[in-house]
Design a protein around this ligand. Structure first.
Ligand code: AMP
Length: 169
């Protein structure tokens, strides 16, 4: 089944800048069978948890579908300034400059067991920031799941929590 998922990932060279091989998941989303297979495969990797946290923006797509399938709630980890309520934030470094992820403080019960979801694990900087943010907000990240992992970048080693991906490039 992961062969179907892999076959629906389009590789676009030099996007968004020269030297980057962009793994485009829009063909997978546009294929109902492949999208359903992806969510089924993620669901098989999920263990005991209370809430899913999805990382803006593509993590929302997979996180929301998985939350629905498993009957769990969804936390949105958003870029700075997008959430209207009281937030907790975490600043992190990117290849160029800095970024910030935020979560609504009141949506996260203290001690909640959280399953983190995103589309692509690349350098791991974003997912690592998400783990740190959720921990700072009082949650416990029990596992992280990705559709795609770019294995040669070694991002998984940064997370400090168990993680799995469906397809490795
Ligand atoms: P990183 O912090 O380097 O792990 O990458 C963070 C985010 O950037 C991921 O959530 C992906 O959505 C996106 N991303 C990074 N590299 C790629 C790539 N080669 N192809 C597609 N998306 C990528």
């Amino acid at each position: 089944m992961n062969a179907l998922i892999r076959s629906r990932i389009r590789t676009i060279p030099d996007f968004p800048k020269p030297g980057i091989l962009f793994r485009d998941l829009t063909p997978l989303l546009a294929d109902g069978q492949a999208f359903a297979a992806t969510i089924d495969a993620l669901a098989r990797l999920a263990d005991d948890f209370h809430l899913i946290a999805g990382i803006e923006a593509r993590g929302f797509v997979f996180g929301a579908a998985l939350a629905q399938k498993l009957g769990r709630g969804l936390l949105l980890l958003r870029k700075a300034g997008k959430l209207p309520g009281v937030t907790i934030g975490f600043d992190y470094g990117l290849e160029y400059g800095r970024d910030r992820l935020e979560v609504h403080r009141d949506d996260l019960p203290r001690g909640a067991r959280i399953l983190l979801v995103d589309d692509v694990l690349a350098t791991g900087g974003t997912a690592e920031a998400a783990v740190r943010l959720l921990e700072a907000a009082g949650g416990e990240v029990t596992r992280a799941l990705f559709v795609v992992e770019l294995g040669d970048l070694g991002g998984g080693a940064r997370l400090g929590v168990p993680y799995q991906s469906l397809v490795t490039f």
